[in-house]
Design a protein around this ligand. Structure first.
Ligand SMILES: [Zn+2]
Length: 349
């Protein structure tokens, strides 16, 4: 789809319905070896509207993944241009402003403890929002992005390479002080190879920060196929926190801390997942409403539906925030970020 083709109101090109696989069909099937634990047994869990893949769950470690794994060309079609928004703008302006305020906290977290001229890479940097903010603080910023369109309009101080995989981007060994992969890892075809590449290009003792949805969270378990962060079929993998930590250790990283609180992701995840579960509103309609539209384009949905969505946003956000504080207290964040160090051992890939 080209940028100037507008979608009819109410249509949401990139929302695929998700349903539970019937209990009678939830018997284990043989699949390719699990990238975390090597098991070749998995249980079908979710059907995804419009694609032949199902999401299966590893019977040993609980990793969720698409089966069969689609090829790169198929995956490309899961991302219409509107997924990325216009350069520099992804959300409506009010939401964008809130995102920026929350973003300042986020940048402090990402830059805390780095020396003044640290060289930082953001994997899947998109429009380079993180990189621009890190450049403001004086860091040397690099980004890698699979989509040329997504990186268009990025901060000119960021040195961005467009490549199909991190290995193809061709960075030298031990080049970066820090690598960030923020809600991107679950979109990548080969998690083990990605971690091996990150291990190679990080300096020994360098810091790695990874954020993913937590498939073992209460939010994921309670809302099942309605979970906002499933984002099927674009999320090729769903990581339970234990499986992620296990994979990090196996690939030469020492996890240092796990963070369960995300103001940007987790309260909204509760609100949108609850709407998906308990209302007849279109899947992820609130997210679609808040998503940026081209100037002059029709807003999505009828006026009455939009009013309901705003109502649920206002009513649901304090509840979502309360649940987020609870899940943080129980160290069970709906999305988590892990800070790890490259350990001296070579990656065993
Ligand atoms: Zn497994």
């Amino acid at each position: 789809m080209s940028q100037d083709e507008s979608l009819p109101p109410g249509s949401s090109l990139y929302e695929h319905g998700v349903t539970e696989v019937a209990a009678s069909e939830r018997t284990s099937v043989t699949v390719a070896a699990c990238p975390v634990c090597g098991s070749d047994e998995a249980t079908p869990r979710f059907e995804i509207e419009g694609v032949p893949q199902r999401m299966v769950v590893c019977t040993k470690c609980g990793l969720g993944r698409l089966h069969p794994m689609p090829d790169a060309e198929t995956v490309r079609h899961y991302y219409p241009n509107e997924y990325y928004g216009e350069p520099g703008i992804k959300f409506q302006s009010l939401v964008e402003r809130l995102v920026r305020i929350v973003g300042a906290r986020h940048i402090s977290f990402l830059s805390g403890g780095l020396h003044g001229r640290a060289r930082v890479l953001d994997v899947g940097c998109g429009r380079g929002v993180i990189l621009g903010a890190l450049a403001d603080r004086g860091f040397e910023v690099h980004g890698v992005e699979v989509s040329e369109g997504a990186a268009r309009g990025a901060d000119p101080r960021a040195e961005i390479r467009v490549a199909p995989t991190l290995a193809d981007a061709g960075y030298p060994d031990a080049f970066f002080d820090q690598v960030i992969i923020w809600h991107v890892f679950e979109h990548l075809e080969d998690p083990r190879a990605t971690l091996a590449s990150i291990h190679r290009i990080l300096k020994p003792g360098g810091r790695f920060i990874i954020a993913v949805p937590n498939f073992s969270s209460r939010q994921a378990r309670l809302t099942g196929p309605a979970w906002f962060h499933l984002d099927l079929p674009r999320h090729l993998y769903q990581f339970p926190l234990a499986a992620l930590n296990d994979l990090l250790r196996q690939t030469g990283f020492a996890p240092e801390s796990v963070h369960h609180f995300s103001l940007r992701q987790n309260p909204f995840g509760w609100v949108q997942s609850a709407l998906n579960l308990w209302t007849r509103l279109p899947r992820n309609a609130l997210y679609t409403l808040l998503h940026h539209r081209a100037p002059g384009a029709q807003p999505p949905y009828e006026a009455a539906t939009r009013r309901w969505l705003w109502f649920w946003l206002v009513v649901g956000t304090p509840i979502g925030l309360g649940l987020t504080l609870l899940e943080t207290a129980f160290r069970n964040g709906a999305t988590v970020h892990v800070v790890a160090r490259r350990s001296s051992a070579a990656s065993p890939l």
